[in-house]
Structure formats: C-alpha cells, structure tokens
Design a protein around this ligand. Sequence first.
Ligand code: GAR
Length: 199
Amino acid sequence: MYVRPVKRKARIAIFASGRGSNAQMIHSYSQNEDCHYEVVSILSNRKNAGVIDFARTEGIPSYTFHKEEFYSVSKVLEILKRERTDLIVLAGFLWLIPESLVHAYPKRILNIHPALLPKYGGKGMYGKYVHEAVKKNGDPVSGMTIHFVNEKYDEGQMIFQAQCQLNPGDEATDIARKVLRLEHHYYPRIVDGVSSRLS
Ligand code: GAR
C-alpha cells in the first residue's frame, strides 16, 4: 500500500498593526485539514491592536515590540527563531521591514497592499489613504496586490493581483469594502500556495 509522505506544515508568523481581519481569515483558513500552513505567532507594534485580542482569544502566542526593538531586530529575530518560523505574513503591518530581517527571510516575507501596485504604493500609502486617493482620481477599478517584501515599501516581487470594478458613486469606504473582500478571499489561498512550495 502506498502511503503519501506527510510534509510538515509551514510555520507562519503574522505581523499586524490593526484590527487584524486578514489575520483572522488566514488563521481560519488554516483550520482546513489540507492547508499547508499553521499560524504559530502574531506580532504587533501596538499592544492594544485588535489583532492581539484575537491572538489571545485563539490562544496563539502573541508578542509586541516598540520601534527600537524592531529596528535593532534581535528581539524579533529571537522570537521568530524560537517559534521556528518558516514564513512571515504581513497583514496590515505599517512599519518598513528592516534590511536585516529581509536578509534573514529572503523571499519568505509576504505583504498585502490594498491597491493595484505600482499605483498607490510607498510610505504613507496605507489603509484609507489609498482608497481616498483612488476615489480622488476617479479610477474605474481598484484591487489588491500580494508581493514578496524587499527593503523598500511595496516594491518587492509581485505574486498576485485581483481587481474590482468601482462605480462613480463609490465613496472611499465602499472601495475599502470591495478591496477587503478580495483580500479576505485571496490572501489565505496565496499564503497556502507559497507555503506548499517552501522546501
Ligand atoms: C488591509 O486592507 C491591508 O491591505 C492594509 O491594511 C488593511 C489591514 O486590515 N495594508 C496596508 O495598507 C499596507 N500598506 P486588517 O487589519 O483588517 O487586516
């Protein structure tokens, strides 16, 4: 009888700064038996972020850090090593990732951005600021981009994009809702695909 070899699941650390709806979707997707990853830690720069409450409720180890700790990196790297992290997933994490961390996890850090990069990327372009800019320009479409992280904001190699139609009457909040729906659907699936290809 042939027994398929069991490949272990990729161990994922989620970095998030806010409410963490993407973190929740990623974690919930990992409950599927066939999923190739498990969420082993949640890290945040904000002690009172919604994502930290979520981690506590779910019993996922969570860690917070301040700026100096993040940019001197050793604390964060120690946590990632201790948790035997294979892949880092940024889900609404707003700080630039330091070079040392990019080098420690080459092509192993993913980010999601709520626009069709290279449009509306870069420092200060996040969350509602992106959707307000899209509204101001009267774009007929928006969407989301998932990409690998390099040393610059939103410039790493693109993995996947999805787009949504906008109506002239859509407000920034409507655009945000349409884009978030795409994020929730695709991010867990892309994380799963990348996890399945990790060696
Ligand atoms: C998401 O829309 C994500 O694309 C965005 O923050 C939101 C986080 O929502 N990220 C950026 O703007 C990064 N530049 P969530 O906390 O509900 O997952």
